[in-house]
Ligand binder design. Structure first.
Ligand code: G1P
Ligand code: ZN
Length: 543
């Protein structure tokens, strides 16, 4: 093997978004594209000389090729060791755990999360720091700056690491340690939850389906649910990770996990259903005949976490992203603990977790997690639910009904308009931004605006400010709408409209979410002149 220094020039658009750099796979496969970005990541973190990194991905198309490139670049840049998941697989939370457990200097995770995989689909790279969490904005800004001035990168020529066998090999001077992707993660889960109680629940005939969506959590769910916890074999569906996720979107929501959704709504539905996404950090939770919104899930987990051993002594605080419903705030208030509202993206939770200010965190986009790692964690959420169900011995529907009775209900939905031409999406946002100051007291549809602003976050730990994080409009009657543009899309712009309405339990009258939110939908579409500006008459995805 020989060290090569390759001359290159900056490539436009290598700006990390909500969660690392995401592009079409073919874009990443262009000459120098991945190499330029990886070298820029190394530059932004002060080089990798004598450092140890973790590398792995969700198994999507181009995963292994990208890992081989990264290994050769890490070796050429003087890294002392890289820990890699066998066959290149590591779920995002498992990677976060490996970074922390081995006290490494960080890691590279290859995934485009819930976006589809394949040569014509999506790919992504993100860097997580030594705390196991996604790089914060100052670091991602430094990465982007480095991509704009790069002139060369270093790489070893020839040779490839054997990723198929657990054990230690060398790549040049660098040690490559291939590890079982599941082992350490499974051991961590066992320290957090009452596996005995969950085993007893399953032994008692409690039925469950877990849809791994042909993504990375298949092996984890098999080992933990069917292995350690004794769930009957065959309860984990689509358990083999595939480079194209079987052709679907590995996104655990009622739209993309429809077969599971249909089964859970059927006559002989199992007691519990769950699914996870491409890289294993998202989750969907269902009971027989009931879908639990991610915002509600966070609130229920916060209210019941003390039933699991890891959280028995209580929570320091609960953090949620701004568009997530306020349901968890009500729980925090009642528990007398702190609650935090952060911008969208898990990277904003890192400081709160590191500082011990928050124990549980969550996002409306199917992400929940705790201070056990520095990423959201799909299987963790499922196991915490199972632990709670094992102790409370009630159905999911009854737990939800109790929760709403006690705290009131935050009806919630998100409308996504995908691949909107960027100029039209910006027009929607700019128009609304321009009117924020004089919206109060005006009526749209049947609703009167009480307040409106653009969300800006002051991080209570490091004092940094992140502005421009979403437009918010509140209306009389407990309604709130939020508009923001997605930072993870790879095609045009995605406009997200987040809809929420808080209702005291006594006032719900058995409302379903669609009916409950209808006046808000009408008000927002009218307020933004949405159809006229975008030409869109219906969202592409509703969750
Ligand atoms: C989306 C979600 C956000 C999540 C991110 C990464 O980002 O909305 O909550 O953290 O994916 O999974 P967005 O596309 O909205 O920028
Ligand atoms: Zn994900």
């Amino acid at each position: 093997m020989k060290l090569e220094t390759v001359t290159t020039t900056p490539i436009e658009g290598q700006k990390p978004g909500t969660s690392g750099l995401r592009k079409k796979t073919r874009v990443f496969m262009q000459p120098h594209y991945l190499e330029n970005f990886v070298q820029s990541v190394f530059t932004a973190i002060g080089g990798v000389e004598a450092k140890t990194l973790v590398v792995g991905g969700d198994g999507r198309f181009f995963n292994v090729e990208a890992i081989q490139t990264i290994l050769k670049m890490a070796a050429a840049n003087g890294a002392s060791k890289v820990i890699v998941g066998q066959n290149g697989l590591l779920s995002t939370p498992a990677a976060s755990h490996l970074i922390r457990k081995n006290k490494t200097d960080g890691g590279l995770i290859l995934s485009a999360s819930h976006n589809p995989g394949g040569i014509d689909e999506d790919f992504g790279v993100k860097f997580n720091g030594a705390n196991g969490g996604p790089a914060v904005e100052t670091v991602t800004d430094a990465m982007f700056a480095a991509t704009q001035t790069i002139t060369e990168y270093k790489i070893m020529s020839g040779g490839a690491a054997d990723l198929g066998t657990v054990g230690t090999t060398q790549l040049g001077e660098m040690v490559v340690q291939v590890v079982d992707p599941v082992e350490d993660y499974a051991a961590l889960m066992e320290t957090l939850f009452d596996f005995g109680a969950i085993r007893a629940l399953f032994a008692d005939g409690f039925t469950m389906r877990f849809d791994a969506m042909h993504a990375v959590t298949g092996p984890y769910a098999k080992a933990i649910l069917e292995g350690a916890l004794g769930l009957p074999e065959g309860s984990v569906l689509n358990a083999v990770p595939l480079p194209d996720f079987g052709g679907g979107h590995p996104d655990p929501n009622p739209v993309w996990a429809k077969p599971l959704m249909d089964e859970m709504m059927s006559q002989d539905a199992p007691d519990f259903g769950a699914a996870s996404d491409g890289d294993g950090d998202r989750n969907m939770v269902l009971g027989r005949g009931i879908y639990v919104t991610p915002s509600d899930s966070l609130a229920v987990l916060a209210a019941n976490a003390h039933l699991a051993p890891a959280y028995a002594s209580g929570l320091a605080g609960v953090a949620r992203s701004m568009p997530t419903s306020g349901a968890s705030d009500r729980v925090a208030e009642k528990l007398g603990i702190a609650s935090f509202e952060t911008p969208t993206g898990w990277k904003f939770f890192g400081n709160l977790l590191d500082a011990g200010k928050a124990t549980l965190c969550g996002e409306e986009s199917a992400g929940t997690g705790s201070d056990h790692v520095r990423e959201k964690d799909g299987l963790w959420a499922v196991l915490l639910w199972l632990n709670i169900l094992a102790v409370r011995k009630q159905s999911v529907a009854d737990i939800m009904a109790d929760h709403w009775r006690e705290f009131g209900r935050n009806y919630y939905s998100r409308y996504d308009y995908e691949a909107v031409p960027a100029d039209l999406a910006n027009t929607v946002m700019d128009n609304l931004r321009g009117r924020l100051a004089d919206l109060a007291e005006k009526t749209f549809g049947d609703l009167r605006v009480t307040a409106a602003d653009e969300f800006s976050y002051l991080d209570p730990v490091d004092g940094s400010t992140s502005s421009g994080q979403g437009l918010r409009v509140w209306f009389d009657g407990g309604y709130r709408a939020v508009l923001r543009l997605s930072g993870t899309g790879t095609e045009g712009a995605t406009i997200r409209i987040y809809l929420e309405r808080y209702v005291e339990f006594a006032d719900t009258n058995g409302l379903d979410a669609e009916t409950a939110l209808q006046p808000l939908v009408a008000a927002v579409l009218s307020l933004t002149d949405f159809e006229a500006v975008t030409g869109r008459t219906a969202p592409d995805v509703t969750t």
